[in-house]
Design a protein around this ligand. Structure first.
Ligand code: GUN
Length: 282
């Protein structure tokens, strides 16, 4: 029997506890504040941002959205970030990626105060992750760890194979799994015979952005399969990077798309916003 790792239900369960924590913070005079900066009108980004804001509001987190036009210049965006860095009512700053081509993404991430960098993308937080010291961690990998934890899936000693090496998912996922004593292999588009490696995975995390890239013959029977993808297939249907229909019968556990990793990413973002807000009490 394959376990379906239900991210929607798990996120909802986690939010019950988190809502109580937010209420306690508010009672002590601290309303967690999350600033979301959206540049341009990419439709997918607009949906992501709306979902994050809705979730924040349901929890009692104050969410402030800054929408800037697609032709915004670098200096204007940096000035917006500087103002949010200086705003004591804001605990977390999230600049939705991707940014328009005239903007230097690395410079923008570097401009966010590391202790308000709720995405964990700043080099200081990346360094904290890779030295296994406390810091903010990227939401998608953190949400995946919380999902595994919720289902009692231990990663220590397991061979975790990650497909994709992005700063948002693949690399921080590797750091977190390593910090939890997994043996980690990172594969990517230049990896020869990639499927020979995925077939060795006890835990397979797929973040390629290619619809249904992983099929049953790429998966070891009984493996835990985590699908980070949100793709449209040729028929226009929302699918993941894993061919769920063929892989689910082979896997020991698998995330669906939608309803797997996505809701957990948002839950992790909310948890980290609350963690950052708690620092105001210290
Ligand atoms: N774009 C896709 N995923 C993310 C994310 O986790 N954070 C931000 N800021 N942008 C994204």
């Amino acid at each position: 029997m394959t376990t379906i790792l239900d991210g929607k239900q798990t996120a909802n369960d986690l939010m019950v506890t988190l809502k109580a924590e937010v209420a306690q913070l508010i009672a002590r005079g601290v309303t967690p504040g999350l600033a979301v900066v959206l540049v341009g009108d990419d439709p997918a980004s607009a949906i992501y941002v709306r979902n994050k804001q809705r979730r924040a509001e349901k929890l009692g987190i104050r969410s402030v959205k800054h929408t800037l036009p697609a032709d915004t210049d670098q200096a204007t965006l940096l000035a917006t970030i500087a103002a949010l860095n200086a705003d004591a009512s804001i605990d977390g700053i999230l600049v939705q990626l991707p940014l328009p081509p005239q903007i230097d993404e690395a410079a923008v991430i570097a401009a966010i105060a590391p202790d308000k960098d709720v995405d964990g993308f700043h080099a200081v937080n990346v360094g904290r992750l890779w030295t296994n010291t406390p810091g903010v961690v990227a939401s998608t990998p953190l949400g995946i760890m919380a999902l595994l934890d919720h289902y009692g899936i231990a990663v220590a000693g397991k061979h975790a194979v990650i497909v994709g090496r992005s700063n948002i998912v693949g690399r921080p996922m590797a750091g977190l799994l390593l910090n939890h004593d997994a043996t980690v292999t990172i594969t990517h588009s230049k990896t020869p015979d990639l499927f020979a490696l995925t077939r060795q995975a006890d835990l397979l995390v797929v973040a390629t952005g290619q619809p249904e890239f992983i099929t049953a013959d790429a998966v070891k029977p009984g493996a835990v399969v985590i699908d980070v993808g949100m793709d449209r297939n040729a028929a226009g249907k929302l699918v993941g990077d894993v061919d769920f229909a063929s892989v689910a019968p082979v896997a020991g556990a698998i995330t669906p798309v939608p309803g797997g990793v996505g809701p957990m990413t948002i839950a992790a973002l909310m948890m980290q916003t609350v963690t950052l807000a708690k620092r105001r009490l210290q």
